[in-house]
Design a protein around this ligand. Structure first.
Ligand SMILES: [Zn+2]
Length: 131
């Protein structure tokens, strides 16, 4: 069991990407699509990274990806976790989030799936290897 402290979990929840945060409550992963130029992108932003339009619509992602890289963050023996970069299956970007696994079980390129954490009524995206 991996212990998580909420001490370090204080995400900035911009109102412009509320759909993303709300989706995590329902165990769904949403990404923005620009209504003006049509590109899909991740991580969510308040505006399109290509044309800067703020006209955004949302679509649901598969919650699948592959492990691009990771590192171990260690505050102390009790306070450590793995931060990973996941290439989304949809190939629209990469997710940087916690990985709920032991470092010895990770391998670059392995299949990963989204995992939705509820910690004190705050919802977080994390990833776990597909077994
Ligand atoms: Zn655009």
């Amino acid at each position: 069991m991996i212990k998580i402290s909420d001490k370090y979990l204080t995400p900035f929840k911009s109102k412009h990407i509320k759909k993303f945060w709300d989706g995590l409550k329902d165990k769904k992963l949403f990404a923005p699509k620009c209504k003006k130029c049509g590109i899909k992108f991740f991580p969510p932003l308040a505006h399109c990274p290509k044309c800067l339009s703020k006209e955004i619509e949302w679509f649901e992602l598969s919650g699948e990806g592959t492990l691009y890289s990771w590192t171990s963050i260690e505050y102390s023996v009790e306070q450590s976790y793995i931060l990973g970069i996941i290439e989304l299956k949809e190939e629209i970007g990469r997710s940087i989030a916690r990985i709920m696994a032991k470092e010895k079980d990770l391998k670059i390129g392995m299949k990963m799936k989204a995992e939705y954490l509820n910690i004190d009524n705050s919802y977080f995206l994390s990833w776990t290897p597909v077994s």
